[in-house]
Design a binder for this molecule. Structure first.
Ligand SMILES: O=C([O-])CC(=O)C(=O)O
Ligand SMILES: [Mg+2]
Length: 608
């Protein structure tokens, strides 16, 4: 701080009843001008509108992450809010704070350390966290989200510092609404909820799965521009069947086996009703990482009653379909000219296959013919109609072939000669060298998507896919892989992760007040994303726009959805905005700091 500025502070501190002078100015002034008395205030940035929601003062301001600006509080603010002396005297701006964050981020030894550091930042200074995540998405997203969040969930008990979001347990039955009322924000518009039974491809992590709703909602804000106050992560604790966690002394949930059956269903029903009672009928509820057997059921049960979607079924479907649409530009094929082979017949595979069928139908193909293009393999081999003992669930039956069983993926690939191979069953290494080589034999440009998360669950690595196809394949994975250089050419693997989809869907749903999210919303999102892939991206081997463009992708997806839902009458925000993109843009969260000082405020006359 300059000598002059520190003298000013001393004078200010002597000023009689300063707070009341300031407050009377806040109340009475109409002629505004700004005054800069600190060492490094942002002269060039216009002062943003006054935060008008805070009655907090003093240390409470610094302890409230959405208000705290740390060292970036100006001298005026420090005086006005009663925090002078609670911070080091030098004022720095948000850019300088970012430099410090990045230095710390890079200095950490491991990705999990980086995760802990970033979450602590989020708990301390929310705007700084989001500014960093927005401006350094490529570097930070793999930490806050897949793949590192997977490891963080596995180690949640040790890493636990403070709670984030709501923890609702099966033993709270009958009181869920009251618990929802304990949440301090009044204007929640979107919830991501998990019961932790199938966290990524890592299985049942129980309440340790809370990292996933927290990570997803961080992307709602960083990628979708949704205000953090409007988001709420929730974990539903119904126990865990993970025996290691049951014995883990640091486990943070109930360590009894999962409650199932009617008691479980009633619990979820009560939860849904409580959300609507607390936050309104249009509250968006994203189901995340539920096990297959519940994911499909709940989607069917609730989709026409609430504003819900299942990210693992529908979000993953849309991102994979977008990748397929983009791949057509490389292979020169029409969608219906492809044969698709799926490793896995769970949420992701069934979701993707269903959306592709819808897209083929839209191109004029019959439903039977579209379905005939799809071959699906689960842990017991090809889905066939007369599979003995146990049969098939309704969803699988739709894609079952009327033919003799085939036991292995390798043999199904040989029999079906797919042009597009998609893995989503969390079987690492399922795409063996010989399967990939077969794909290269059958196709000039084989399309290979290894979608399982996190990276450790991937069906093959990017390097294997490029190497075993002599660099001819079109590749995407669910978790990020670094670029691969082969024979002097560098390939940028696409990240076919639902992060390209759910923030844009959520943004569109929230801003338009969508009542129910129909399947064609996801097709629209997939088509919008597919169209954003340019020749330049494809030339680099990218099937998706780079992560650095992902905020714009979300805006475009939300705009496409807005156009659709106003036509279909499924929007409830009226009057209908004429320019939808601009309307949505005006709702976007801005992580730059706001000023706590009214524009009218001036230094008192007796201070000089
Ligand atoms: O979280 C991710 O990276 C994608 C996803 O939904 C899953 O794998 O369950
Ligand atoms: Mg998921």
């Amino acid at each position: 701080m300059s000598v002059m500025a520190s003298r000013t502070v001393i004078k200010l501190q002597r000023t009689r009843n300063l707070a009341s002078i300031l407050n009377s100015q806040v109340r009475s002034s109409t002629a505004f001008h700004t005054s800069s008395k600190t060492c490094t205030q942002d002269e060039d940035k216009p002062r943003k509108k006054l935060i008008n929601h805070s009655r907090l003062r003093g240390i409470d301001i610094l302890r409230t992450p959405k208000l705290n600006k740390g060292q970036a509080f100006t001298l005026e603010e420090r005086q006005l809010m009663g925090i002078q002396g609670l911070l080091p005297s030098c004022v720095i701006n948000q850019d300088q704070q970012m430099t410090r964050v990045m230095a710390n981020f890079h200095n950490r030894k491991s990705d999990v350390d980086r995760y802990v550091y970033l979450m602590a930042l989020k708990d301390r200074n929310e705007r700084l966290f989001y500014r960093c995540l927005t401006e350094h998405t490529e570097e930070m997203m793999p930490i806050v989200y897949t793949p590192t969040v997977g490891q963080a969930c596995q180690e949640y008990g040790v890493l636990y510092r403070k709670p984030r979001g709501l923890f609702i347990s099966i033993h709270d039955k009958g009181h869920i609404y009251d618990m929802m009322c304990n949440w301090h924000e009044e204007d929640v518009k979107a919830i991501v909820v998990t019961d932790g039974e199938r966290i990524l491809g890592l299985g049942d992590l129980g309440v340790y799965g809370m990292g996933i709703p927290v990570g997803k909602l961080a992307l709602y804000t960083a990628l979708g521009g949704i205000t953090p106050d409007q988001t709420l992560p929730i974990v539903l604790d119904v126990g865990t069947n993970n025996e290691t966690l049951q014995k883990d002394p640091l486990y943070i949930g109930h360590n009894h086996p999962r409650v199932t059956g009617q008691a479980y269903d009633d619990f979820i029903d009560e939860f849904m009703e409580a959300v609507v009672a607390r936050y309104g009928q249009n509250t968006l509820i994203q189901f995340e990482d539920f096990a297959n057997h519940n994911a499909f059921r709940f989607l069917e049960k609730y989709r026409n009653k609430y504003c819900v979607f299942n990210d693992d079924i529908q979000g993953t479907a849309a991102v994979a379909a977008a990748g397929v649409f983009a791949s057509l530009k490389c292979t020169g094929k029409k969608l219906g000219e492809n044969v698709f082979c799926f490793q896995g017949a769970g949420e992701a595979s069934i979701g993707i296959a269903s959306l592709l069928v819808l897209a083929m139908e839209q191109e004029g193909m019959s439903s039977e013919e579209a379905i005939s293009k799809i071959w699906m393999v689960d842990s017991r081999g090809l889905l066939v109609k007369d599979r003995p003992a146990g049969g098939l669930t309704e969803h699988k039956l739709l894609f079952a072939k009327d033919q003799a069983p085939i036991d292995t993926l390798a043999d199904v690939v040989k029999a079906s000669k797919p042009s597009i191979l998609i893995g989503a069953a969390a079987v690492p290494g399922a795409f063996t060298e010989s399967i990939i080589k077969d794909m290269a034999m059958f196709n000039e440009k084989p399309v290979i998507f290894a979608l399982s998360n996190p990276t450790s669950m991937s069906e093959c690595t990017a390097e294997q896919a490029y190497k075993f196809t002599d660099g001819r394949c079109v590749f995407a994975s669910g978790s990020p892989f670094l670029p691969v250089t082969l024979n002097g050419k560098t390939f940028h693997p696409g990240q076919g992760n639902n992060a390209y989809i759910f923030p844009g869907i959520a943004l569109g749903a929230i801003v338009c007040g969508i009542r129910h999210i129909s399947e064609d919303v996801f097709l629209k999102a997939a088509q919008t994303l597919g169209k954003l892939v340019t020749e330049e991206h494809l030339a680099e081997g990218r099937l998706y726009p780079p992560l650095s463009d992902i905020q714009d992708v979300s805006l475009k997806i939300a705009t496409g959805i807005a156009e659709m839902v106003y036509k279909s009458g499924n929007a409830s925000t009226y009057p209908e905005p004429e320019n939808k993109e601009e309307f949505i843009r005006n709702h976007l969260y801005d992580a730059d700091y706001e000023s706590f000082v009214p524009e009218t405020w001036t230094w008192p006359d007796n201070v000089n």
